[in-house]
Design a binder for this molecule. Structure first.
Ligand code: HEM
Ligand code: NFK
Length: 284
């Protein structure tokens, strides 16, 4: 039947009685999810809703990023590189959404934000446990980051566990070693609770993979996927730093840091240093 009077007929078999059936809202627990947007500014500020939802959607995506990174790590452990790369491909797409999403928050002007910033007290994204867990899973380990979670035991335990897990990169390097590539022992036996640091001998291993990439096709592909992951992560950090800059200028952060300067220094960090160093060594 065609659409009459610009109104769609609801087909007769469309299910409408949910007294004993699973509905959309109950499956997704929307009562819980949609009850969680509670502005605290007094008097209420219109734009606080945007601020809350921007963060909550980011946290939901971070939850999936962490879930997928953990899966990718398990796949690598089981020598299933293809399975790991499938998860990484999904993470890359989520990162793109997270980075694009800054455009929504950029509609918040500095004067609008200033009107409810005071209500935020000392809360800050610096205290995002999922963000920190993602950083750890990618190899940016820093035990000092646990301190802000001391009053939240479950978060602290989650991060402590993540600190002791090998990162995604650690697992890739172990897989490479199992395949007979000469990954240095110092890399394989490193203390995984420490930040990953560049190993020159490992660059040689990647030079050999890139020189003979038809021989090592899947590893070569994995390397390029990891480079994408790091790039995407940096794009997110950059958009955050620029959004902060246009919103609060050089004010110090609610979390107690210097603000923009502190965020800029994160842009100097790297997850997979050898994968960037290898580029300099590609013959002309
Ligand atoms: C107007 C919006 C925002 C401003 C002004 C802002 C500002 C800041 C500042 C100044 C810091 C440094 C820590 C501090 O002293 O507070 C920070 C850290 C952080 N923010 Fe935001 N932020 C904004 C939005 C967001 C959003 C939407 C997210 C998404 C989850 C987010 C996540 C984070 C994270 C994860 C950190 C820690 C970064 C790190 O350790 O390198 N921020 N933010
Ligand atoms: N650190 C921000 C406040 C802020 O953005 C924020 C506050 C509470 C919860 C999350 C936040 N997002 C990122 O830091 C500021 O200094 O204005």
């Amino acid at each position: 039947m065609s659409v009459e009077r610009n109104t769609r007929e609801i087909e007769k078999d469309v299910v409408t009685d949910f007294r004993e059936k699973l509905s959309y809202g109950s499956y997704l627990q929307l009562d819980t999810l949609l009850a969680a947007q509670q502005p605290i500014s007094q008097p209420q500020h219109h734009d606080e809703m945007l601020f809350i939802i921007q963060h909550q959607t980011s946290e939901l995506w971070l939850k999936l990023v962490l879930h997928e990174l953990r899966h990718a790590r398990e796949e690598l452990r089981a020598d299933r590189l293809t399975g790991a790369l499938k998860a990484v491909a999904r993470v890359k797409k989520i990162q793109e959404v997270l980075t694009e999403q800054w455009a929504v928050l950029a509609t918040l002007t500095p004067s609008e934000y200033a009107q409810f910033r005071g209500s935020l007290g000392n809360s800050s994204g610096f205290q995002s446990v999922q963000y920190r867990a993602v950083e750890f899973a990618l190899g940016n380990k820093n035990a000092r980051m646990l301190k802000v979670f001391e009053s939240a035991p479950a978060d602290h335990a989650l991060l402590e566990a993540e600190l002791h897990e090998p990162s995604l990169y650690d697992e890739l390097l172990r897989l490479m070693a199992r395949r007979g590539l000469p990954v240095p022992a110092a890399v394989l036996e490193r203390d995984v609770t420490q930040a990953y640091e560049m190993n020159e001998e490992l660059v040689d291993v990647f030079v050999s993979i890139y020189a003979d990439h038809t021989e090592h096709w899947d590893l070569y592909e994995a390397c390029e996927e990891f480079v994408d992951l790091e790039d995407n992560f940096q794009f997110w950090r950059f958009r955050h730093m620029r959004t902060v800059s246009r919103t609060i200028g050089m004010k110090t952060g609610t979390g107690g840091s210097s603000g923009v300067g502190f965020l800029q220094r994160a842009l100097e960090l790297t997850f997979f240093p050898e994968l960037f160093a290898v580029r300099t060594r590609i013959p002309a």
